[in-house]
Design a protein around this ligand. Sequence first.
Ligand code: ADP
Length: 314
Amino acid sequence: MTNALEIVSLNKTYDNGHVALKDVSLNVKKGDFFALLGPNGAGKSTTLGIVSSLVNKTSGTVKIFDYDLDRELEKAKTCLGVVPQEVNFNQFEKVEHILVTQAGYYGIPASEAKQTAEVYLKALGLWEKRNEPARMLSGGMKRRVMIARALIHKPKLLILDEPTAGVDIELRRSMWKFLQEINDAGTTIILTTHYLEEAEELCRNIAIIDKGEILENSPKHELLSKLTKQTYVFETTPPLSKAPELDGYDTALTYDGAIELTVEQGRDLGTFFDAVKDEDWKVLGIRNKSNRLEELFLSLVSSSQDLNSKEQTK
Ligand code: ADP
């Protein structure tokens, strides 16, 4: 089956000698919803910059729907829509005009572009703003204009770099719903995010990159099954002033008097409740301390940092 994106042995050394990517290989299947995760400086934007031909690679190959960027760049570009992190349209242009101008770069006639623009501007809640100069729009609206613009030539692969950074929760949810709908309709989506909740909610496959190297590239459910421990927070009434001593459990107290309990994956929590049933406080609620992907991510990234620091001290 054709891959939407195929990256083989990609390397990037910037002019100042900084090695940003080391032998990165990745496949993203057609129809996938894929997340590229990593801490700041990991190499996510460099990877996406090379895929969208804004950054020159040092070596390696990149294919978009089988079109090699070195040999069939124009064909590859027609398959690809990119939403960069920073707003990069002319803020004095009117919203609909931004989309129609973009379509022109792909040879799409204005009449056809206007029809597509109407579909996406309506879907993204921007239709009322179509005749306003973009600078009049809120930050969240500008970001949605970027998404509509990236979709105007109906690309088969949409790449979004941190699509919901700085966006409030409500808008984030509505953007997720929109992205899910276009993925259901057949568009392959790749996003970078540092909201791990976003990757856990939306994506089927996930790659984790750190210091220019891919640490993991697996289906989300496989990644989550690698979690060996989970931390739960038990809210109690009354809030506690000291972590309780419970046989067989390591407990800690949060700043607001809730119990923090780290347990091995798969361990029966029933024994915890047995242990607390005679205490003079009650459990009011339970939640995960962080989302599951975040726990895994932190354990992977910190173990790679441990390795690197050991290497440096050799
Ligand atoms: P991310 O998107 O994961 O935050 P980047 O791809 O932006 O990471 O950066 C990867 C590494 O390359 C970082 O250490 C960054 O400082 C470095 N880098 C990025 N752009 C340049 C550049 N133009 N010149 C030199 N180094 C760069």
